[in-house]
Design a protein around this ligand. Sequence first.
Ligand code: BG6
Length: 454
Amino acid sequence: MEKKIFHWGASTSAFQVEGGYGEGGKGVATTDVRKVPEGVADSKFASDHYHHLKEDIHLMKELGITLYRFSFNWTRIMGDGYEENQAGIDFYNQLIDLCLENGILPFPTLYHFEMPQKYIEDFAGWQSRKCVDLFVRYAEVCFRHFGDRVKEWGTINEQLIVSAATDLNGNHEADPDLKMKNMYQMSYHMSLAEKKTMAVFRKIVKDGKIGPICSMQVIYPESPSPKDILAARNAQDFLQNCFLDMSVFGQYPTSYSNYLKNKGLYPEYDEEDIKVLKNNRPDFIGINYYCSTCVRALGEDEDNRQLPPFYRNELFTLGNNPYLTKTKWMEFGIDPEGLYIGMRDIYERYGLPMIVTENGLAYSDKLEDEKVYDHYRIDYLEQHIDQCTRLVTEGYPVLGYCPWSLIDLVSSHQGFKKRYGLIYVDRTDVDVKECRRIPKESYYWYQSRILSEK
Ligand code: BG6
């Protein structure tokens, strides 16, 4: 029998698409207050999905997707963080019901980068265990309100990024060593919160499935030198295995815990955490993939302080891969085969079904005569989908594929000049206009691809 991908979907996240700043009882999120450079869009209007909900779901139906991967906005559900906000819950009830009425499976992620700013002010956010309890409470609210209709859930989107990006998590400690220690502590608290959430989920959404959404790391050594090979192994442990091993096995890779212990960076924990961490396993792994990463050994006296915190250690540093085509917005290059390599490795290590939750090409698209000819995006998607099909044909369990993104949305750090959508949103960084929706060439291409798979 021919093996097929089960769901053809598409992806967004709340703070990048919704807008609706301060509306319907929404509290203030970290992403609402962070400073963006002059002339770059913030997330207050985003793609104004909050006011275009019906239109956007209609476009999803026309596209033919059977799954919509979105995220709940923590501060729409919990206001400033402490009380349920009925208007926000109503908004998501409407979204979920509209999806279901149109034959689209709603697949939310609980935590996609934004969180209540009040938590940062009250107890330094994830640096405190209080955040663990409040996250579990928020998740429980979501399970109780939506678990009757929503059966597939993502926990944390890209823990690698959210534990490191200070504008998303409020880790503004001035001392660099302490800031680093905070990062590891926050990440530990996120892992613990994820596991406690899974325990609650099993009680409330008995017939549901839940899993982490990882920023898949496909790490290549820059050369066959043993030093670079070791650097690549270290990078794999520090950029991916430390998160997924916790999500699945409830423990860190040995190299990672040894390093943290030797450096005095190992997070504080309670003995009783161990049972929680070991006992609650996910059902699947969500895969976000844009490109592979090339690393090499760090040179003696080489300064790596300008790199993002997760690359700032003496075990590896970024290298260059001359085999990949790079573009302005895809600085690491384009590597479809990396998707195959990475997912195969993830399956070998964890043995869980996988779903591609994000995969896409950034470009400064231009609207010309009411059309966007994004053939570059079609090429990218086609090549990556082919790698998914290859996995499925070989027998790997790939539950679905979701391009990032369904619709243009505000990039995590670079506004609206950098677009990923299948649907163009007519606005610029400085002028929100009407946010008109115009399907791009890639939308029609994906539509016929989905049809041909049926
Ligand atoms: C992923 C995130 O890291 O990459 C998305 O889950 C993000 O939220 C996407 O938008 C692309 O990154 P960026 O920075 O180009 O928006």
